[in-house]
Design a protein around this ligand. Sequence first.
Ligand SMILES: Cc1cc2nc3c(=O)[nH]c(=O)nc-3n(C[C@H](O)[C@H](O)[C@H](O)COP(=O)(O)O)c2cc1C
Ligand code: SF4
Length: 609
Amino acid sequence: MEPCEFPDIERRLAPVLEKHGRDASGLLQILRDVQDLLHFIPPEAVTCIAGRLGIPRTSVEGVAGFYAFLSLEPVGEYRVLFSDNITDNMLGNRELMQYFCNKLWVEPGKVSEDNLVSVDTTSCTGMCDQGPAALVNGWPLTSLDHNRLDLIAELIRIRKPVAEWPPMLFEVADNVRRKDALLGEAFEPGSALRATLARGIRETLAEVDKANLRGRGGAGFKTASKWTFCHAAIAGEDGSALCDIGGSPVRFIVCNADEGEPGTFKDRVLLTRYADLVFEGMTIGARVVGASKGFLYLRGEYRYLLQPLEAVLQRRRDAGLLGDGILDQADFSFDIEIHLGAGAYICGEESALIESLEGRRGRPRNRPPFPVTHGYRGRPTVVDNVETFAAAANIGLHGGAWFAAQGTSQSTGTKLLSISGDVSRPGIYEYPFGVTVEQILRDCGGEDAHAVQVSGPSGTLVSWQEFGRRIAFEDLSTAGAFMVFHRQREMFAAAHNFTHFFAHESCGFCTPCRVGTQLQKKIMDKIAGGHGTASDLEELKNLGHVLKTMSHCGLGGSAANPVLDTLKKFPGTFERKLKALAFEPAFDLDGALETAREITGRDDEWAHL
Ligand SMILES: Cc1cc2nc3c(=O)[nH]c(=O)nc-3n(C[C@H](O)[C@H](O)[C@H](O)COP(=O)(O)O)c2cc1C
Ligand code: SF4
């Protein structure tokens, strides 16, 4: 390998490059570290990294340009990103951001003249229960108000390193408000794993099957089926699970902690308070499918959890619950590595997540083949949500019948909800499946609600007439977000915010979504600006159809949900904003011919359109 032609930058990057080795799958982690070190990724760094990994410069630039938290252009030494979910909007984040910018003499979206600070917005940071929220150099700031922003502006002005800022600025509350079977039980690390080993592999899989555990990440796929497919994808001649071929893992377990759906923050709390339960579920999954390597894909917004999670992993290694020969089983080796995302909602989609794990842009793969047969490095891979693994650990401990006794027959067990918006007690609520929206609203202090966005922008908007509906796969399926809107809220504002979210987060790979989400956003901007007509509503419906039927992945497929749901359930919120209810063309062609008629002195029917 040629030495890098920029020795200065190579020297500065040396510790980062040493840490991550020469494997191109480490590219995203390298770029994250370089961004931290230099506040952006300069062209010389691109050259050095490309040379070091033996890949083209364009590949490095392609990845750096894809993720919101990486930047090829200089950003401020202090980069403040205000969370811009609708719940942050409702708490006044836009006004606060402007206030903050005025204090620091910087324009939103720009870098200050002295390169000290840049301020912008970012997609939901997963702190909706304690907004308005922001990130400063990747660290979360919550419950922002004028006083806090005054203090933050001062700390930036005196150039105090973020690591030395008062800890109270970075406090993140758990806000667990209702516990049930998952959160309510004390958990002894190792207990579920011991029970699993005593029961046996096939028997444990049978228990997960009996429990009828379905994925908590949104799609609700049956976990036992996924684990069975993964195990069966490569089996030994005698049907046993091969764990390694030539010393490299055959199967992988991936915990999806990308949690990018606006309004969702339950995985944050599980990883803060119940990390052992999650890691134990992953380890049980590994034993069942025959995986020797696992990843936790942690969203970049939760990097503050990295160190505590690493500490939990180390404790588990020390206790013989991870590593070689787990709990003295010579044939059971499994360890977990944490991989940080860098601000891309699409990386929650399982195949995009795997691309990202391999160091590339988060572009969803063609499916089939599915990750269970062709996942990480082309090997069988189970990707499950954080809550799914936590539930699996509970099943390992208590058995399938115990789990299935809760919830409904099609939706067994309990569900964690992340509740935010117009409620007096936002936070995490655990309910057995089957609970009504009405009951939840009573518990969280949302009695004035007239709408709830269930499962985030990609989910379902539920109007007050439907509050008898139930949280369950057979009715309101949800990954966990529950955003509440009271009577005074214009639901148009929520749909408008969500169209911006999807346009921003589209990965750009397929035309229907790349163009469709932009057009949808522009029409909503036009209506918001008071220039909309009834034909724009028709256009939104047509676009919705294109997005739903022609997009490559679930992001595009659900990007029109908020607009279509709001049009159907709250038509008035659109109509109040329209300039004209009847069709109004953008251009009056017949009127434009008037001058020509005057000049020619004609006014017969052929001189009109
Ligand atoms: C755009 C998009 C974003 C997603 N984000 C997440 C996420 O943040 N967390 C998650 O667990 N699943 C997410 N999913 C679903 C995953 O693709 C996958 O179905 C899930 O991780 C499987 O785990 P489960 O079976 O435990 O639900 C997303 C899907 C799409 C289309
Ligand atoms: S639907 Fe959107 S997010 Fe999905 S692949 Fe196409 S452009 Fe990317």
